[in-house]
Design a protein around this ligand. Structure first.
Ligand SMILES: Nc1ncnc2c1ncn2[C@@H]1O[C@H](COP(=O)(O)OP(=O)(O)OP(=O)(O)O)[C@@H](O)[C@H]1O
Length: 347
């Protein structure tokens, strides 16, 4: 289940059972009967569009939002009724929330002082935490003397310095520009490898989710649509919503089923007779060809009016130009069958 990191003896599992949240005045629950098991040392991501219930679920785990139903356990202990600071969970939000008048070192030391850790231990642990996030040389600065990315590293150091049972992060990269975001994303992956701690990460960014996670829980309308490894979700989406939320997809409907085929699985042919035996095929018109550096994205419109896409690595010849008719084919093992969506399903 967790291919990339080794759980340590200090890793802890989280069990979310039948958890719901009803806010007064909302017509449907913000979180609707969610159950999930997070393995000790696992990097689990909650992925979904805005308003799908990710933050509310994380906030119930952290203890900032009371549950309407269900329970949350850490290593079997029910923590649902505990105050946030009694749960022993580290938390990082999008906004850094550092104490502006305290130095970096004092910010990181704060949770240790609250826990009455000795001065000598505090100094050693603060140094270790700042080392971990690459800020050993910034201990005496004030938050305003740091960049946004550096401030977020301080927040990460402060969240793990007291060795909590898990680290909870809500869009921690959301306020950063692309380059810093990529950099800090790699830092978070490294921290996870080095600490072996259970990480729970909330994002609406599919690339963040795919690159960081051992497993991803895809949220939609307060429910978890599917839980799986990044490649399981990409290759074997169980619903149309998941297929469309993670990457691009071609959706083909027959009488009995709806199948999803990823763009890189489509071959292009100039005529139906050129399709090898055993492959399925559809007629399409090329709507556009876009150069994306290492590949071309080929926009397609199928006979039923549905839009889709294929891709070709740069350097391979394209069989036809925009406006021309072609045939696409795929092998049945590269299709994922999903339930026919109800007409109201978002996607
Ligand atoms: N304190 C609150 N009072 C009332 N409704 C709330 C409250 N907090 C969240 N909601 C509603 O609950 C639903 C889920 O919100 P939530 O913030 O969990 O979604 P999300 O997936 O994290 O989205 P985002 O990425 O935009 O934060 C939304 O409809 C939201 O408006």
């Amino acid at each position: 289940m967790r291919p990339s990191t080794a759980a340590t003896s200090t890793s802890h599992g989280i069990r979310i059972s039948g958890v719901s949240k009803v806010f007064p005045g909302l017509s449907r629950p913000a979180v609707d009967d969610v159950s999930l098991d997070v393995a000790p040392g696992e990097f689990m991501t909650f992925l979904g569009p805005s308003g799908s219930g990710k933050t509310t679920t994380l906030s119930m785990i952290a203890g900032f939002t009371p549950l309407s139903a269900g329970s949350i356990r850490v290593d079997g202990e029910d923590i649902s009724g505990l105050k946030p600071h009694k749960r022993d969970l580290g938390v990082v939000f999008q906004q850094y929330a550092l104490f502006p008048h305290l130095t970096v070192a004092a910010n990181v030391a704060f949770p240790l002082q609250q826990r009455k850790v000795s001065k000598a231990d505090t100094a050693a642990r603060v140094r270790e935490a700042l080392d971990l996030v690459g800020l050993a040389d910034f201990a005496d600065r004030l938050p305003r003397q740091l960049s946004g990315g550096q401030q977020q590293r301080v927040a990460l150091a402060r969240a793990v310095v007291y060795q909590p049972r898990a680290l909870l992060m809500d869009e921690p990269l959301g306020a950063l520009d692309k380059k810093l975001r990529d950099q800090l994303r790699r830092e978070i992956a490294r921290m996870h490898r080095e600490l072996g701690m259970t990480f729970l990460f909330v994002t609406h960014d599919q690339e963040e989710a795919l690159t960081l996670s051992d497993r991803i829980a895809v949220f939609n309308h307060g429910r978890v649509e599917q839980v799986g490894t990044p490649s399981e979700l990409y290759e074997r989406p169980s619903t149309l919503f998941v297929a469309r939320f993670l990457g691009e997809s071609n959706v083909f409907a027959d009488d009995a089923e709806v199948v999803v085929v990823r763009p890189e699985r489509l071959e292009l042919h100039t005529e139906p007779g050129a399709v090898p035996d055993g492959r399925r095929q559809r007629k399409a018109v090329i709507t556009e060809v876009v150069y994306v550096g290492n590949h071309h994205r080929i926009g397609l419109r199928f006979a039923d009016g549905a839009e889709g896409s294929a891709m070709r690595l740069a350097g391979t010849a394209l069989p036809a130009a925009p406006g021309e008719s072609i045939v696409v084919s795929w092998h049945p093992r590269h299709q994922a069958a999903v339930p026919r969506p109800a007409t109201t399903e978002g996607g």
